[in-house]
Design a protein around this ligand. Structure first.
Ligand SMILES: Cc1ncc(COP(=O)(O)O)c(C=O)c1O
Length: 424
């Protein structure tokens, strides 16, 4: 019902994702002419006949493959729902992916993906630092199920990954390589294409190639498209830039039809599906995604200019400041189209110095999370990364004076005025 209205061109002219966000996948005539896709707030769907119900079940369960161009019939909102499917189609447009599924949170996108491909005895390789929830999932929850892990520092780049792959291969079958680029909060970039090439050469003996999954929450989908650089799956916490208004929790997983259909099957079974109301909010948010991310990016660049010349600021981790002789610069040039708007800066005076700044902020809110319309600042060592042992934190650059800030879409001069009074 919902997905046949998929015009991507006017004649020969290809439409850009920002234009497709207003209508792609939705036919108003199927919903009383409503200009906006309604929220299909329903748990279940009525079949025309018992035979149709049987057939729809055969399709959603994978017992009958879809014919070319055929859409799966609507059965039950844990499996499929028009509002959710239209939002999935639109995120797939941004990611240049064949398919996408929405999940109830970023963590459920990550956990459903890892559970889909990993079995007891397998090994998950991951870059560090990685989002704390992902770290706990890999090193505590999956470990309890007999799934092993090998991490490597993103600052070590491809050499670190090569060592990690060799160590992991000695332990067992590598199921998933999970990368986060840029890392959080220090903004090191990983070369996705180089990771893919290394995997192709070093894991040839495995029965099935490891799945290369990239958490693209920090820069995507506007400033980085991992699938175009060789990733198999692109994951998001939609809670951040895509949702963009700090009013929802959601996640997604995009990639080839073959891989995403495997993740969908597990999602539908364990019930990590997004609800239609959140999917409707995602549709709302996708319409302004580009202008929000662009405005935040421009604002961040002005704020970085201000901080760069401030005598109380000792370090700024922002990809836009990379020097041409830095090996990270080449990765930034080939893989990213913008520096994003979440970055960290270190102030003098350690924790006391950082807390003094955070406590004096008036416009910028003191809160974790990122990617919303409002600017947020937090102290990684005491908050998001407090679970990482202190010596490890210092080693990866999460020092006591470090503040992470997510620039919103307020006027940049107002944000600068706020930071200036807090720093002074
Ligand atoms: C990079 C990254 N990935 C995943 C997550 C988890 O997302 P969610 O909170 O939507 O489950 C977060 C949350 O902060 C994140 O920053």
């Amino acid at each position: 019902m919902s997905t046949h209205y998929k015009k991507t061109h006017i004649g020969q002219h290809p439409l850009k994702p920002e234009s497709l966000m207003m209508g792609y996948g939705y036919d108003p005539q199927l919903s009383e002419g409503s200009i906006k896709c309604p929220n299909f707030q329903t748990s279940t769907f009525v079949f025309k006949s018992a035979e149709q119900g049987k057939d729809f079940f055969n399709v959603v369960s994978g017992r009958r493959p879809l014919e070319p161009g055929e859409q799966a019939g609507l059965v039950y909102s844990r499996f499929n729902n028009p509002t959710i499917e239209i939002a999935e189609n639109r995120i797939a447009v941004w990611d240049q992916a064949e398919d996408c599924i929405l999940t109830g949170s970023g963590m459920s996108a990550i956990s459903t993906t890892l559970l889909t491909f990993s079995r007891p005895g397998d090994v998950v390789v991951y870059s560090e630092p990685i989002y704390g929830g992902t770290d706990t999932l890999i090193n505590v929850i999956l470990k309890q199920m007999g799934i092993q892990s090998v991490g490597y520092l993103s600052s070590e780049g491809s050499a670190g990954l090569e060592r990690a792959i060799k160590d992991a291969s000695a332990l067992g079958n590598i199921s998933v390589v999970m990368l986060e680029t840029p890392d959080n909060p220090t903004n090191n970039l990983l070369d996705i294409a180089a990771c893919k090439a290394l995997l192709d050469t070093l894991t040839q003996d495995q029965e099935a190639a490891p799945v290369l999954a990239v958490d693209n929450t920090m820069l995507g989908p506007l400033w980085q498209r991992p699938l175009a650089h060789g990733a198999d799956l692109c994951l998001y916490s939609l809670t951040k830039y895509v949702g963009g208004h700090s009013d929802l929790i959601g996640g997604s997983c995009s990639g080839s039809k073959a891989l995403v259909s495997k993740v969908r099957k597990v999602r539908n079974s364990i019930g990590t599906t997004m609800d239609s109301n959140t999917a409707w909010l995602i549709l709302r948010s996708l319409e302004t995604l580009k202008i929000r991310m662009q405005a935040a990016n421009d604002g961040a660049s002005k704020v970085v200019d201000f901080l760069s010349s401030h005598d109380k600021v000792t370090r700024i981790d922002y990809p836009g400041l990379l020097k041409t002789n830095d090996p990270q610069y080449a990765i930034y040039q080939k893989q990213c189209t913008g520096a994003g708007s979440t970055f960290s800066f270190e102030v003098k005076g350690g924790e006391a110095g950082a807390f003094a700044v955070l406590n004096k902020l008036k416009l910028v809110k003191l809160a974790v999370s990122l990617g919303g319309t409002e600017s947020l600042a937090q102290h990684p060592a005491a908050m998001t990364h407090s679970g990482v042992p202190k010596d490890r934190r210092e080693f990866i650059g999460v020092t006591e004076g470090l503040i992470r800030i997510s620039i919103g879409i307020e006027d940049a001069d107002d944000i600068i005025a706020d930071l200036a009074q807090a720093l002074n």
